[in-house]
Design a protein around this ligand. Structure first.
Ligand code: NDP
Length: 246
């Protein structure tokens, strides 16, 4: 891709895990990549260095997706730096286990704040910023179909994200911008391993017919498909990338 026409992609939560792989893959595909992070500046800078090493262009920018002012500043800084924005991936998220109990309502608030309010703010700003050919992609989760005990707050937040994806696709009618969700099954990241015994990890890995956990790269390839030319006709969909963990 010629330097002058290199598209720009913003990946939230790209300091580690799935977001990191998405950033690396999009850079490999020719995008200039904004590596957003919440607190892990050193890790985000390492992702930028890795992208530079593979011949790409990247920039690390801190922003808390729960905060409207922070998200607005993030988008402004992208435009100030590179003058355009073509693809926005809202990947940043967190997961907290909590049974549905009165005393656990704070866990619900935290999940809704990061995963749903954060998606709203990032998708809204993307809708206000992107032009023709733009792509908006939000991360949901395949665990929605499982309804496992303890996942109530997380599932509620991600079900909300799936709702936002479909509504925003309709709200952007005529703008030539697609909006889609990607819903991974279990993927080997800190978010997944946190608080799980080896036994629980093995059991979850065994739930896919492919009998393994997903790798961040498995998800990055799907996101890159939606963000690239081959994904142009996919709109308002939730793509379940989970090895058959249905
Ligand atoms: P990780 O916990 O490995 O990474 C989370 C990333 O999100 C980090 O970069 C973190 O930044 C960032 N982040 C967290 N909170 C905020 C915030 N408020 N503002 C900005 N950035 C924030 O998560 P995964 O890679 O596993 O998950 C990525 C996405 O995929 C999430 O939306 C998750 O729900 C979804 N998903 C994951 C699955 C899995 O099994 N791993 C399965 C299904 C869905 P920092 O490093 O600075 O803290």
């Amino acid at each position: 891709m010629a330097e002058a026409v290199r598209k720009v992609a913003l990946v939230t939560g790209a300091s580690r895990g799935i977001g990191r792989s998405i950033a690396l893959k999009l850079a490999e595909d020719g995008f200039r990549v904004v590596v957003n992070y919440a607190g892990n500046e050193a890790l985000a800078n390492q992702v930028v260095a890795d992208i530079h090493d593979q011949g790409g262009q990247a920039l690390a920018l801190q922003a808390d997706i729960r905060d409207a002012t922070s998200v607005t500043r993030l988008f402004e800084r992208v435009l100030d730096t590179w003058g355009r924005l073509d693809v926005v991936i809202n990947n940043a998220g967190s997961m907290e286990m909590a049974d549905i109990a009165t005393d656990n309502v704070a866990a619900l608030d935290r999940m809704l704040n990061t995963n749903l309010r954060g998606s709203w703010l990032v998708m809204a700003k993307a809708a206000e910023t992107l032009g023709e050919g733009g792509r908006i992609i939000a991360l949901s989760s395949s665990v929605l179909a499982k309804s496992f005990p303890g996942y109530g707050a997380y599932i509620a937040s991600k079900a909300g994200v799936e709702g936002l994806v479909k509504v925003l696709a309709n709200e952007l009618r005529g703008r030539q911008i697609t909006v889609n969700g990607v819903a991974p099954g279990p993927v080997e990241t800190e978010l997944f391993f946190e608080g799980k015994s080896d036994e629980q990890v093995q059991r979850l890995a065994g739930l896919t017919p492919l009998e393994r956990l997903g790798q961040p790269e498995d998800i990055a390839d799907v996101v890159a498909f939606l963000a690239g030319p081959s994904g142009r006709w996919v709109n308002g969909q939730i793509l379940r990338a989970n090895g058959g963990f249905a």
